[in-house]
Design a protein around this ligand. Structure first.
Ligand code: IPE
Ligand code: IPE
Ligand code: MG
Length: 261
């Protein structure tokens, strides 16, 4: 809770953190989630995979609610990867429409809750124009909000993000705005999609898969990972709190020998 928030909001978050038995000194600023397992959730019920995506909506909004309750600064969710275009055209079409309708149906509610919406991913490649327009409208609608940043990683790939950063830096070098020897970790980080967002402290992946699948490759260099077998549609705020409790039991060393907080 590093932000300057109204004190009533801060006090409410603190009470909730204490009620949950979490350590208020070690609440992650930024939690990022790979929302995985929708297809398997649906298959287990004899439903088409797309029903699993639809069922993920309530999991997402309960998680957002939990994040607000404990006063996270930032929540990022992986909604569609640059590799997800490999799926059958009908599923990709469904996901584009579903995400568009989700934005249109839920952005007012997010706005009322004081959430600032951001999108992370390649904009100028394959994303339908209408969806881009709804993303831009959501950004505009919520841009003054300060309670929590909610980053939707859409058409996002960690490698694509690094490639895009390298392209911008290369063009700055070509223009004479910088030179190769000036390129360092800070300047690369500045050219990522959202340099203003702090790096994730905790990355959660649902569905029992233990891999990154190209999520936040640069930013998560020192994140703690929590993997849970729960399929995304069954996830909720309690699971988020449990992952944060596990995070708090870890010793973050950042390559050193003493814990840094
Ligand atoms: C995650 O669930 C949602 C997206 C990747 C869009 P999946 O659709 O990957 O579900 P599983 O992994 O096949 O069960
Ligand atoms: C990662 O899940 C992407 C999202 C959750 C949006 P995937 O289901 O696409 O990852 P893989 O294919 O199992 O690695
Ligand atoms: Mg999956």
């Amino acid at each position: 809770m590093a932000r300057n928030r109204p004190s009533a909001e801060r006090d409410a978050a603190l009470r909730e953190i204490k009620r949950l038995g979490l350590n208020p000194e070690r609440i992650p600023r930024h939690v990022a989630i790979v929302m995985d397992g929708n297809g398997r959730w649906a298959q287990a019920r004899g439903l088409p995979r797309t029903e699993g995506h639809a069922a993920g909506e309530s999991a997402l909004f309960d998680t957002v609610e939990g994040a607000l309750e404990i006063g996270l600064d930032c929540l990022t969710v992986f909604a569609f990867s640059t590799e997800n275009w490999r799926r059958p055209a009908s599923e990709v079409r469904y996901l584009m429409k579903f995400n568009e309708s989700l934005l249109v149906r839920r952005r007012d509610e997010l706005n009322e809750r004081g959430v600032r919406m951001l999108f992370s991913g390649r904009r100028d490649w394959r994303v339908p124009k209408r969806l881009l327009r709804h993303m831009d409208e959501s950004i505009e609608l919520t841009k003054k909000n300060t309670r929590m940043d909610f980053v939707i990683a859409f058409n996002y790939g960690g490698r694509a993000e690094i490639v895009d950063a390298v392209r911008k830096i290369a063009s700055d070098v070509a223009d004479g705005a910088t030179s190769p020897e000036k390129i360092d970790e800070k300047s690369i980080a500045r050219h990522l999609y959202h340099p203003e967002v702090p790096e994730p402290d905790l990355v959660i992946r649902t569905s029992g898969e233990i891999r990154t699948s190209n999520f936040l490759l640069w930013e998560a260099a020192y994140a703690e990972y929590v993997f849970t077998p729960v399929l995304w549609p069954d996830f909720n705020r309690e699971q988020l709190f449990a992952a944060i409790a596990e995070y708090q039991s870890r010793d973050r060393r950042f390559g050193g020998v003493e814990e840094r907080k």
